[in-house]
Design a protein around this ligand. Sequence first.
Ligand code: SF4
Ligand code: SF4
Length: 623
Amino acid sequence: MALINIDNEKCNLSYSCVRICPVNAIKVEAHQDYPEVMHNACIGCGHCLKVCSPGAISYRDSKEDAKTLLGSDDKVAAICGPSISGEFHDITDYRKFVDMIRALGFEYVFEASFGVDLVARKYNELFNSFKGKYYITANCPAVVSYIEKFHPDLTDNLAPLVSPMIATAKVARKKYGNKLRVVYIGPCIETKKEGKRYRDDGRIDAVLTFAELRELFTEYDISEKKVEFSDFDPPIGYKGSLYPISTGILEAADIDQSLLDGNVITAEGRNGMLEAVNQFEKQIDNIKKHFNLFYNEGCIMGPGTSRGGEKFRRHALVVDYAKRRLKNFDVKKWEKDMEEFGKLDLSRKFKKDDQRLPFPDEDKIQEILQVIGKENNVDEIGCASCGYTSCRDFAVAVARGLAKTEMCLTFTLKNRHDYIRTLRETNQKLAETQEALRKSEKNARREQQLARESFETTHTMLEKLPSSVVLVDNELKVIQANKSFINMLDEEARMIEDVIPGLEGADLKTLLPYNFYNLFSYVLNQDDNIVNRDVLFNDILYNISIFTIRKNKIVGAVIRDLYVPEVRKEEVIKRVTDVIDKNLELVQKIGFLLGEGASETEAMLNSIIESYKMPEKPEEDGE
Ligand code: SF4
Ligand code: SF4
């Protein structure tokens, strides 16, 4: 499992981790939303853990490894980082703390301060026997990783000495044999990786952070009141207990730190360490000092300590603890131990592990600067809200696929302003459209009202017409029919009309015989109106005219009952007139042949017409 992990479910996309990571080991690719750790580049500083407010970032949990070791037949030793005094101040006596660790099943409990003393002595020798080469201390594993990965040319300047953790493991194995299993308990998470680098007597089988140790105490219900006093297993450290404070190793080594005579510079914290390494690389010939570096502000603020710790309170606790331990300290015994274990091989080698990414094309960088609107101020220091020191550095990161343009605050703000402006314009257009819609709705309502009124008028007129009127669609379904039409149908149709007023939707084929409805089909299909066609239906002669209302879609018909007296009279007049007209034509032709006889025929027919035109006498007159 990787050292650092991100839980996307918890991530709120703040990108605080991306901004804080000192080596840009957390990338956000253009197509991604969630940040992703590039594990090979990560130096285990743990800074991302501290800034992730929703707790989406976690480090590898080693509790199960420790439990497995403790459950085995092997003897297991715990080595406690000297910064316990800054972390476990809630436990009233350090001896209770030691017994609580034993209660977990550890056979031996060592304090790494003796390892600090051993390593400190080596530093004293190294720094005070200057042979023209300046060194960077190699106690902080995050610093070592940083140099191996991002300043590989300085690897040879790392002090070739193991860390106090490894030195103490060697001490423990020298005392209790090479089979001894070792669990280191400390404030740091990169030690989880450092422990795996050794295969010899300095190997570490598991690393627990202070936070994980607290979790184990809770899990096994181990508390101060349930244990007795128990001291650390010897050898006991001397000034090594000051190690958690960044200058503590120098104090333990009796290395001169004075400004005038000292030959070591101490730097701590993210920016201090980064700046120090940069300057060491560029200016060491002018600086002429060894560098004592810690990524965190000493070990007391390591990422494996409890959250919310206060640096200076922890500082004071460490110093108080060291004072108490040194009060009646048996220096002679310590010197004897130092002599015995001072022969251990504390040397170490480093390996270049270059994780620097190739530099992108200048054209690509310029293109990105243009996109984020920064092509003109590339030399200026940026706002750093993206986490990069300049806009150019940010553009380089985007070109390398480590960041995306949306992480640039000014670019995002500009986009947002553009978006807001577009939104405002869209809203304006929307309001105008809504107004237009309101007006057109009003018009539509008015037109609807007019249409309804006109429909009602037409309907009333149709109902009043003595002739039958029916409108059908292309499936011969009735759209509208007036009373006269319904009356001309049989009883069954009239019953349907009771249920469906106006017979709307009724099938004409069920209402009229084939010879009748077929005329409708003809007009629908042929778009050819039928005018004054006589059709016999139910022993009544009807005169029908069918005409297209909407081509091939709707036709209408006017049907007149020729047996109704008014119709009959009118029709007889019309038809006799037609006969006269036709006969006249004929008579004119015959007149040439027969002479006067024709005029008599005309007179006779005209007299018939006149007799039909004469009003009928009222019945009360007895006619
Ligand atoms: S700091 Fe935490 S919440 Fe923010 S982007 Fe990183 S992982 Fe997500
Ligand atoms: S632990 Fe440090 S180096 Fe690793 S990802 Fe987090 S901030 Fe970056």
